[in-house]
Design a protein around this ligand. Structure first.
Ligand code: SF4
Ligand SMILES: [Zn+2]
Ligand SMILES: [Zn+2]
Length: 307
């Protein structure tokens, strides 16, 4: 609640002060604002249509449940996908929140159980493969979002990346001058291969603060705790720095992101050649995709692992 201040559109109390838009909004007008903004992004960037069969990747957090709620309210045909990573208590709580959300709205949620699929939990798999857990986790999630969508007739995959996520990635790519990553960073990742499903980010212009306020206004019961492996992640540090800049220069986040989208072409087009994995058949730049390599490695070291 913004103490003692009124909504810019009505007599109700404001629950959020959006300095970047010079707006203070009550619950009702925040909900309207968010839905309109998401719909504008969908139309401007041609993210999806009412004829699409949409799979929303849901983690149980405010962003993914929030975007699912918005798309459902806007009349899109959506189902959810929960990828159970086997991260102890965090995965158990997230799964409960996702299932409760779906049941309360009469929506369908599917699950991919990673420990069952690869033979061990994601943290154990990362340890066995000697890679950072977040890179293994990210690879597994990207793989299954696409594979599940393709195998089950979905035409679009939606993720809950918000503006803060997008600019933290952009900041990382900018400061290390990862040109190939800058070429690929986009609100729409098109299907550049017959086995790739289009992936889109309808919350790309919504800040983390707005997303949290929306979830609260809609009574969405989401996981408040961060994944235990998020601590110390560089993206968290970058978000802290970018928030300082936003506080000092309201509108900085939107200007930074819009400026990137406007000038993105200076980085050129991405020309990644994709093959079909010789094991699973899904697209990869290698002969065997990283997911199948990981699976093989786990089965070879299975005796020393426990789920
Ligand atoms: S913070 Fe947790 S959920 Fe996020 S990528 Fe890392 S391990 Fe996966
Ligand atoms: Zn109002
Ligand atoms: Zn494969």
């Amino acid at each position: 609640m913004v103490m003692g201040l009124k909504c810019s559109f009505c007599e109700r109390k404001a629950i959020i002060n959006m300095r970047e838009h010079r707006l203070m909004l009550c619950e009702k007008h925040l909900i309207d604002f968010m839905r309109k903004r998401v719909e504008k992004t969908i139309i401007k960037y041609k993210l999806m249509t009412k004829n699409d069969n949409i799979l929303v990747a849901v983690s149980g957090g405010k962003d993914s449940l929030g975007v699912w709620d918005i798309l459902n309210a806007l009349g899109y045909h959506t189902e959810g996908l929960y990828i159970n990573l086997g991260i102890d208590k965090y995965s158990r709580i997230s799964k409960e929140k996702v299932e409760r959300f779906a049941a309360s709205r009469g929506l369908t949620v599917h699950e991919v159980d990673i420990p069952k699929a690869i033979g061990t939990s994601t943290p154990m798999a990362a340890k066995a493969w000697k890679r950072s857990i977040c890179s293994v986790c990210g690879m597994i999630k990207r793989y299954w979002m696409n594979r599940y969508a393709k195998e089950n007739g979905f035409t679009v995959v939606v993720t809950g990346h918000n503006l803060d996520d997008e600019i933290a990635t952009l900041f990382g790519n900018n400061t290390t001058w990862q040109i190939d990553y800058l070429q690929r960073q986009s609100i729409v990742l098109p299907e550049t291969h017959k086995k790739l499903v289009k992936k889109v980010k309808p919350l790309a212009f919504i800040t983390e603060k707005e997303s949290a306020a929306y979830a609260i206004a809609r009574g969405i019961d989401y996981v408040y705790e961060e994944c235990p492996y998020a601590k110390g992640a560089t993206s968290v540090e970058f978000k802290y720095i970018l928030n300082l800049l936003e506080n000092r220069f309201p509108g900085f986040k939107l200007r930074y992101y819009n400026g990137f989208l406007k000038n993105k072409k200076i980085f050129g087009d991405s020309h990644v050649k994709l093959n079909e994995c010789q094991v699973c058949g899904f697209p990869t730049t290698l002969d065997t995709c990283n997911y199948c390599r990981l699976k093989k490695h786990i089965s070879q070291t299975a005796k020393s692992l426990t789920i």
